[in-house]
Design a protein around this ligand. Structure first.
Ligand code: ADP
Ligand code: MG
Length: 422
């Protein structure tokens, strides 16, 4: 099909004017789950020379709204994405833990009884840590030997939680192989413990909850105070809508320090307001509360956390009273407000995140925001399904204009949490 733009470009070429070609964009949907599980099984056979006992998988996630509120006992609304991590695994009559990944050359082969924090380097720590964290559920007499082949589809380090997908797929596999019979929440906890206590990374638990507990066609309302959850209808596809994820591929070098500083600011705000956490503050009194905080920076940090928790409540109320389609304008406005608050009050965005969000809005997205911890990572845009491609193209063009490296695009369907595939 020749479009008016093509014709214009052709005219421009004839007249000798150079027109920048819009960058080609690919929206990557996850490969078929059944085929991907079969592929993981084949990789296992190739690596270990025999067939696995089964294949288990767990998804990555995006947070729809509720950012930087988890450590203040806040509320958030993640959803599992269709990109998953697969773990093909078998129990062996030994105590050797042997791990491989299709995404990384590092191989682990060690005595499972010798697992302890700090003993395992690199990615295998996330998997070995799950076995270590599940120990209280393992009866003393049984051997713990197993072979695991990992094959992940979630891009690493893009803020889509490949680490939780990895841990939670391992937790499903280990639970089944050792017949532990743990509850989903116990596997969530084991995955969190693996990441924080064994691998030494910091995580609030949102990622692991979403990866294990999500339901297809739903987002997951998560109360970070007590980790209670409930599914919230978020079936975009049937309503002609889509969530476009843009991995900006921006990197930032002092992320840990920035997170620590934001946490400290929000703790200071809670202290000044005389509450244990900002969740306890009465948002109906927002102006009075803020007026009581002298430090201008701490005041803005508090305003973000307080208004963001309220926005999650507002989204939840909208989705309780109608479909995404019926409330698409209000939902989009709440996503926009969340981003603006993270940019101006919480100051965790970088230029790539702001440019991606601005370009998405200008190209007709209902709403757009950064998702995840910020300082790089990904954005989401709520769009009409048929607008996903042009909105992605607009973001890609904006990145070219700003001289940023090319972003990557994913379409996120609200997917099922961790489980067995084969
Ligand atoms: P994110 O969770 O946002 O993707 P993290 O830094 O928390 O970013 O986790 C990324 C790390 O998780 C990688 O550096 C790697 O150690 C590990 N990881 C995740 N998926 C895999 C995989 N399929 N194979 C090997 N390592 C993986
Ligand atoms: Mg992670």
């Amino acid at each position: 099909m020749t479009t008016a733009a093509d014709a214009g470009a052709a005219d421009a070429r004839h007249s000798g004017i150079t027109v920048a070609e819009p960058p080609a964009v690919t929206l990557s949907a996850a490969p078929d789950r059944g085929e991907a599980a079969a592929h993981a099984e084949a990789l296992f056979v190739e690596a270990f020379g025999y067939a696995p006992d089964g294949v288990w998988s767990a998804p990555g996630r995006v947070n729809i709204i509720g950012e930087h509120v988890d450590y203040q006992d806040g509320l958030c609304l993640p959803m599992a994405i269709s990109h998953r991590c697969f773990a093909a695994a078998a129990r062996t009559p030994t105590d050797r833990l042997r791990l491989r990944s299709a995404q990384d050359d590092l191989i682990l082969d060690l005595d499972a009884r010798e697992l302890e924090p700090g003993a395992v380097e690199g990615w295998p720590a996330y998997v070995a840590g799950v076995l270590w964290a599940l120990r209280p559920h393992i009866s003393g007499a049984s051997t713990q030997g197993m072979d695991i082949m990992i094959d992940g589809q979630v891009p690493l380090g893009a803020g889509l939680s490949s680490s939780a997908a990895l841990e939670c797929s391992a937790a499903e596999a280990i639970d089944a192989l050792l017949s532990l019979g743990t509850e989903p929440l116990q596997r969530v906890q084991a995955a969190i413990t693996a990441e924080t206590d064994f691998a030494g990374a910091s995580t609030g638990g949102l990622d692991q909850s979403a990866s294990v507990l999500s339901r297809a066609g739903h987002a997951l309302f998560l109360d970070c105070r007590d980790f209670s959850t409930r599914p919230v209808p978020w079936d975009l596809a049937s309503q002609g809508l889509a969530l476009l994820i843009t991995d900006t591929r921006a990197e930032h070098s002092h992320v840990d320090g920035e997170y620590t500083a934001r946490r400290a600011d929000s703790e200071r705000a809670a202290e000044l307001l005389g509450v244990d956490t900002l969740r306890d503050a009465d948002v109906a009194q927002l102006q009075e509360l803020l007026a009581g905080i002298d430090d201008e920076v701490v005041r803005r940090r508090a305003r973000h956390v307080l208004t963001e928790i309220q926005r999650v409540k507002d989204v939840d109320a909208l989705l309780a009273s109608g479909t995404v389609r019926e409330h698409v304008t209000e939902l989009g406005a709440l996503l926009d407000a969340s981003h603006d608050s993270l940019r101006d009050d919480y100051e965790v965005t970088v230029a790539q995140l702001d440019v991606a969000v601005d370009a998405a809005r200008a190209a007709g997205a209902h709403g757009a925001r950064m998702t995840g911890g910020g300082f790089g990572g990904s954005t989401i845009a709520l769009v009409e399904a048929e607008q996903a491609q042009p909105v992605a193209a607009a973001i890609a063009s904006a990145f070219v204009e700003h001289g940023f490296s090319a972003p990557e695009f994913f379409l996120a369907l609200p997917s099922e949490g961790a489980g067995q595939d084969r």
